[in-house]
Design a binder for this molecule. Sequence first.
Ligand code: NAD
Length: 491
Amino acid sequence: MNVLSHPRITSFIGGQPVSPGGRDAFENIDPATGEVVSTVEVATAEDVDHAVSAARAALSGPWGKLTLDQRARALHAIADGIEARFDDFLRAEMLDTGKPVNLASHLDIPRGAANFRAFAETLKHAPGEFFPMVAPDGGDALNYTLRGPRGVIGVICPWNLPFLLMTWKVAPALACGNTVVVKPSEETPSTAALLGEVMREAGIPDGVYNVVQGFGPGSAGQYLTEHQGIDGITFTGETRTGEAIMRAAAKGVRPVSFELGGKNAGIVFADCDMEKALEQTARAVFMNAGQVCLQTERLYVERPIFDAFVEGLAERARALKPGDPFDKATSFGPVISAEHKDKITGYYDVAARHGANVVTGGGLYAMDGRLAGGNWVEPTIWTGLDDADTVLREEIFGPCVHIAPFDDEDEAITRANDSEFGLASMLWTQDLSRAHRVGARLQSGITWVNCWFLRDLRTAFGGMKHSGIGREGGVHGLEFYTELRNICIKL
Ligand code: NAD
């Protein structure tokens, strides 16, 4: 059963779902079972054009005239609407992604609502500049800044945390007075469509929130990024997709905000609280079947605790329970698609060929009944590979980690930083000075010390090196979501 009032999922343009029929369509597959859960109609270039026009028209309509307080109330109304339809969002997200109910109900859907609440007041706290000056004629002049919306924002999202990451962009965009055209991942079309219904119920003016369904290259994603009516593109996804989007954005010199791939390192010192380190590292590696951009794929563990740590993490991996995502006892879900399953197990084969010691996992779960048709990849731990190995250099985006021993602090930092990516890092030590010292030297947009994925939405979020461009979160996203203007008045 599909929770959407339109069992055939279509784009959402100008405040209405597009009438079904007459477009190419594809099947949306439940990753847990391989069964078809809905059919999705692909937006045409003309649909994308209509969506951009609707978004542009809405900028100068009632939406553009709202005060900051009125806009903040609108964002809270959207959050209320998500909470009122929590179960619909939960079911839609679970069927799209196969996430276990415990994860989706505690993380994805609550964060979707929380994003709208967190950004509702952002602009009110935006710092401004004020510079009195003396002009060359000796008279006074005054400079001050004003912020306005950037315009129509193209929002392109991945499939791993679809609702959380989409609302993470839509909320600040709307808070700043922009309008949006969203292109959800083809793997996860449902919650973006449902949010359209919530927008209508919350009284958000037509055209403020639009969704175009479809694929990337040669489809809705490419049409959207190339459309000259888009004033800025915010994208979360793979680094090489970011490169293609950047090329499209070059025409018309449109700004981009990118949250891209990672190959995140964790460093575990021998003085850590072992139980906590193991518990949180198991989350950092295996949560969402490893399909989290912040996931740890490279671990460096100080030699005296290396063997005990490897065995402790392996025990936790073996204790994970794959199963029906709707069963509360399930703690481990499938990966998103058969194609992604093949990509991950391809790396499992490479690791084995390159002589890795497979501590646990390394293959597929044998599932029974309906679940036999799903994409069930085993959680996997390797040791024994060289830092230069492909398995340690490329993002796998699966439930797997390589663990290597280290002997001193400098060595650990150098090896952790030896990556073209720089999204997140994790550090376990009870030595406060070392935590500061090492934290300051790790090349990543975010470093967690004695924790993982502890997020305060007011903080700057983004990646260094190939992991991104710009920062979002709190007032940091204003750089992208607003245009800053200076007014100079000769007094
Ligand atoms: P992806 O790059 O394959 O796709 C992301 C989106 O881009 C999809 O909606 C897709 O249809 C669209 N797209 C693809 N090619 C396009 C093109 N040429 N033009 C326009 N749109 C295009 O990424 P994915 O597989 O959906 O997600 C996994 C990736 O996302 C991983 O690399 C992961 O690290 C990254 N990620 C990063 C963060 C972060 O915050 N840094 C968060 C989550 C995921």
